[in-house]
Design a protein around this ligand. Structure first.
Ligand code: MSP
Length: 523
């Protein structure tokens, strides 16, 4: 298991505005999976970045009287600051305006398409939605507007290079049907197959334009050997997933180690670019396809789509400031079902924060540490055999290493750890997080059943065994929380002060007292 590699990517974010909770979700979901895979010993590479070319950016820059480079620099700095504040552990941040790290890869991909005879010059006449940065057909419009962006597309007539997407329709359909190109959830596979097939049994995919003429502002990657044309922004953007690994640069080691991606995370609005165009480009370039596309739903606010026009955009900074980054990460890991749309309101956030962090987890940690300090001066020794049989089945012989490389013996109930691992490996982070709170529930019940605060008056050793069981349970909880709430996990570990003797399965705790609650209750 330890020799496995794991390459995970987020889409690159448009550098035209600040990131909101929706983008934050993409980031946190990916970060949790990256941290989990690092933890189980996989050689992990986690990539995120910014999408900086195209008309959308040029126009947004013009609005604020900035040149495109200065404009994206400002936005990317804010983006990186947020990524940092969220505790996102990306190994690299790719920027499409970065000539050194990105352009060579994008242009190498272009040349590979050409070598396969898949690029030809033609003229395009039709509609273009700047919001999507994509050509769009009359059929896709509702009341003359793009449904996603609520804007009228523009009429365009221009000379472009085209890519023979049509050639790859049947092969992509076969790969989707056979599961060789995996998309989760399965419903997206069916959607994509329907897009490829239309009403026929064959492929109705048509060739697509992959360049735009250079305009007044040359903002994009020049097409190799034809600087009058710039690479189409989606073609430029998609190549980030390989350019970031060094594809097209002098040192392609990372590319050779990490490609193909194990998981590419994306929201449901950009599935067709990732499930049709991206695989076709890779097939044409004779490169392996990603192993899995993991598609998540959309966040709404107060029942409505989160959008600037509706004025209901929720900023991640607001929650980080008021509740702390781990509280936000908790919400995104546990209170959201990855494949569905979800709703976020300030009221709901406060409610679950109070119930599950201030009360649930926070309260259990603080009660346990208090008892350890008050009755045993913070020094608690015990072993698995002496903990009373509660709802927790105790096992000193099995180790978490069997399933996750965590390498500590565990006490566990109802297969909590195997279920936690199964859910993590299936990217069901909300269900994995549920198992943590299931264990918290068992430990609460343990206190209620054995009442160590009473027991200590009659049988001090028995009380110590109970407290030891609680501390041990908290230690497991701390381990399980590492991917979702890394700071909290670290705090718990410091507070417990455990030293482990794996040979006899004995752990000695040397606990500290909390100087302030892990999660202060909000009124
Ligand atoms: N730049 C393109 C991606 C190119 S990847 C080769 C793009 N950028 S984006 O900034 O608009 O979106 C980035 C990610 O955030 C996408 O996965 C998108 O689905 C996600 N989200 C944007 N708004 C969202 C919500 N309201 N809810 C959940 N996720 C959403 O698309």
């Amino acid at each position: 298991m330890a020799d496995k590699k794991f390459y995970i990517t987020t889409p690159i974010f448009y550098a035209n505005a600040e990131l909101h909770i929706g983008h934050t979700y993409t980031l946190v979901l990916s970060d949790i999976l990256a941290r989990y895979h690092r933890k189980i010993g996989d050689k992990t590479f986690f990539l995120t970045g910014s999408d900086e070319h195209g008309d959308k950016i040029v126009r947004a820059a013009q609005k604020v009287n900035l040149g495109p480079q200065a404009f994206v620099n400002e936005n990317v700095a804010k983006m990186q600051e947020l990524i940092n504040e969220l505790g996102v552990s990306n190994d690299f941040f790719i920027r499409t305006s970065d000539k050194e790290h990105h352009w060579g890869g994008a242009q190498k991909l272009w040349r590979a398409l050409e070598s396969s005879g898949d690029v030809y010059k033609g003229s395009y006449k039709g509609l273009y939605c700047v919001g999507c940065e994509a050509f769009i057909t009359e059929k896709e419009l509702v009341n003359g507007k793009c449904v996603l962006h609520d804007i009228e597309p523009e009429h365009i007539e221009e000379e472009n290079y085209f890519f023979k997407l049509s050639k790859y329709g049947p092969e992509i359909k076969r790969l989707l049907e056979s599961g060789e190109l995996k998309i989760s959830p399965q419903s997206k596979v069916n959607e994509m197959i329907a897009l490829i097939s239309g009403s026929s049994n064959e492929s109705v995919l048509v060739d697509v334009s992959i360049s735009r003429p250079e305009r007044a502002i040359p903002w994009g990657i020049p097409v190799p050997n034809d600087p009058t044309q710039l690479m189409y922004v989606w073609c430029d953007a998609l190549s980030n997933y390989i350019s970031a690994l060094g594809y097209g640069q002098a040192d392609e080691t990372n590319f050779n180690v990490f490609w193909p991606a194990d998981v590419q995370v994306l929201g449901k609005d950009i599935v067709r670019f990732h499930a049709l165009l991206w695989p076709a480009l890779l097939l044409s370039a004779k490169l392996p396809l990603p192993r899995e596309l993991l598609v998540h739903g959309f966040v709404n606010s107060g029942g409505k789509k989160m959008s600037k026009t509706l004025g209901n955009v929720l900023s991640p900074n607001e929650f980080i400031l008021e509740y702390g980054k781990d509280a936000l990460r908790y919400y995104l890991s546990r209170e959201v079902s990855p494949s569905e749309d979800w709703d976020l309101t300030r009221e709901k956030f406060k409610e679950v924060y109070n119930a599950n962090l201030a009360n649930g987890l926070g309260n259990l940690v603080s009660r346990t540490l208090k008892m350890s300090e008050q009755y045993f001066g913070g020094a608690v020794t015990g072993d698995f055999l002496s903990v009373p049989p509660i709802h927790i089945k105790i096992s000193a012989v099995e180790t978490m290493e069997d399933i996750s490389g965590m390498n500590i013996p565990y006490i566990i109930t109802n297969d909590i750890l195997p279920r936690y691992n199964t859910h993590m490996l299936a990217h069901e982070i909300n269900k994995a997080a549920d198992t943590v709170w299931e264990l918290i529930g068992h430990l609460d019940q343990f206190v209620a059943d054995y009442e160590p605060f009473k027991l200590v008056k009659t049988d001090k050793k028995a009380a110590e065994n109970v407290i030891w069981g609680l501390l041990y349970g908290l230690r497991v909880i701390g381990e399980m929380l590492i991917p979702m709430m890394p700071d909290t996990a670290k705090k718990i570990s410091t507070l417990l002060g455990a030293s482990v003797d794996n040979t006899v399965g004995e752990i000695i705790f040397s606990t500290k007292v909390l100087d302030e609650p892990l999660f202060r209750r909000k009124e």
